[in-house]
Design a protein. Structure first.
Length: 168
């Protein structure tokens, strides 16, 4: 009964979703993530619930960072003039040298265009570096909350075993 109460309180109030979501994000998607984690880890008390809530917020923010990184790459890809991939002269890739007039056309791979966008984004006030730092920070926050949840459960199991050495 306690598990159901904890789970329903999380959904009823939606406070965590309001704290974790930006105005352009769907709080219901966050709630689905939180419910999925609650169902997977089934907290037995409020402290375990808080650990799972932290995991959900860290995972949500991690997804946001990945989304921002994708948006930055797409933005930079849109900023470069459209080039016909099948008619681009050899050597004109990455802007390293002027094209030869009689050069054979080459096919630019999508990965090459992505690399160009990535390299040009480096000039953007260290945006990608900042995003990578946030990504690492949120991944660590998730792992920290997960570890804490497991430690709480291990401590509780050890306390039960001490109280009843038969494991009953």
């Amino acid at each position: 009964m306690g598990k159901d109460r904890i789970r329903s309180n999380a959904l009823k109030h939606g406070l965590t979703a309001r704290m974790a979501c930006w105005k352009n994000e769907d709080p219901e998607q966050f709630q689905r993530l939180l419910v999925a984690l609650l169902e997977q880890f089934a907290p037995t008390n409020d402290v375990e619930f808080l650990c799972i809530e932290e995991m959900a917020m860290a995972k949500w923010r991690l997804r946001r960072v990945v989304s921002l990184e994708t948006a930055a790459g797409n933005f930079h890809l849109q900023q470069e003039p459209e080039k016909d991939a099948k008619k681009e002269p050899q050597g004109w890739k990455m802007g390293l040298e002027e094209p030869e007039e009689d050069a054979e056309p080459v096919v630019r791979e999508p990965a090459e265009r992505s690399l160009e966008a990535f390299l040009s984004a480096q000039d953007d006030g260290q945006l990608l570096t900042t995003l990578r730092q946030h990504e690492a920070s949120y991944a660590r926050a998730y792992q920290r909350a997960y570890r804490h949840l497991n430690e709480l459960r291990a401590d509780r199991a050890a306390a039960v075993n001490v109280a009843d050495p038969r494991g009953a």
